[in-house]
Write a protein that binds this ligand. Structure first.
Ligand code: MG
Ligand code: MG
Length: 258
């Protein structure tokens, strides 16, 4: 069942997703060699609570932390730990909030210092794939139009598009219908309508699309242990157009890029 949102509900979702973006910006300011992923988690939790919200992932399905932090070959759902980031790592940080009864959810993959050129390209192309998907998120198109746009952009670079994990609707629940895969066929899938709010979140691997679910019950990593990137936007369909509720500009201003 797809819940369509009123204008007021979309604004509450925007408030949440801007808080997620601000949290990711705050995390980004602290990303450097030597910082542990658990320190990043603590920074995010304090930031979210100081803004009157609650971490959206903490306790969700039993998840133990505020952030999902996935380094290098880890795709998503990494558990913060005492691992200290190294120069040349990439780190996907996925963050959720709950405020005023609605969820925020978005993710950004950060480079730790200088990364190898092929890794920088993976980050760039994954972010581009997200934006190609957003261009299709307009009333009258279908979820498959988003999926195909993301897949086509990533695969032309020889990258693997993860199949096992997908984007989703967002609202009073973190995971609502419809599912938004990063692979698919144009003209197929649910019709996109005014008031839908979805998370588009390409998970793109440098090598094989195959992933392994680790024994910690959470972490998903690439089968070939090559790196993976993940960027996520929450997007509303408003006045027929894609209205991105996430603001990577906050993150990139904090990093001094973009
Ligand atoms: Mg999501
Ligand atoms: Mg997310």
């Amino acid at each position: 069942m797809i819940y369509l949102k009123t204008k007021e509900e979309v604004e509450l979702l925007r408030e949440n997703n801007l808080l997620v973006s601000a949290t990711l910006a705050e995390v980004g300011r602290h990303i450097k060699p030597g910082v542990t992923t658990l320190e990043l988690d603590r920074i995010a939790e304090e930031f979210i609570r100081s803004h009157g919200a609650v971490p959206g992932f903490l306790g969700y399905g039993g998840f133990p932390n505020t952030l999902c932090v996935s380094v290098n070959e880890n795709v998503v759902h990494g558990i913060p730990s005492d691992y200290a980031l190294h120069e040349g790592d990439i780190v996907s940080v996925d963050c959720g909030t709950v405020l005023k009864g609605f969820y925020g959810d978005s993710a950004y993959t950060f480079a730790v210092g200088e990364v190898a050129p092929e890794v920088a390209q993976l980050l760039k192309v994954t972010k581009e794939a997200l934006k190609k998907g957003v261009e299709q998120a307009v009333a009258g198109k279908r979820v498959g139009d988003i999926s195909a746009a993301v897949q086509q952009h990533a695969e032309q670079f020889g990258y693997g598009v993860v199949r096992e994990l997908v984007g989703h609707g967002l609202g009073r629940n973190m995971h609502e219908d419809p599912e938004v895969p990063n692979y698919g066929r144009r003209g197929h899938g649910p019709l996109l309508k005014e008031g839908m709010v979805i998370c588009i979140e390409p998970m793109i691997n440098m090598g094989t699309k195959s992933v392994v679910f680790e024994r910690d019950g959470w972490t998903v990593r690439t089968k070939d242990r090559k790196p993976s990137a993940h960027f996520e936007y929450a997007v509303a369909i408003r006045n027929g157009e894609a209205d991105v509720l996430t603001d990577f500009g906050l993150i990139e201003a904090a990093l001094g890029i973009g």
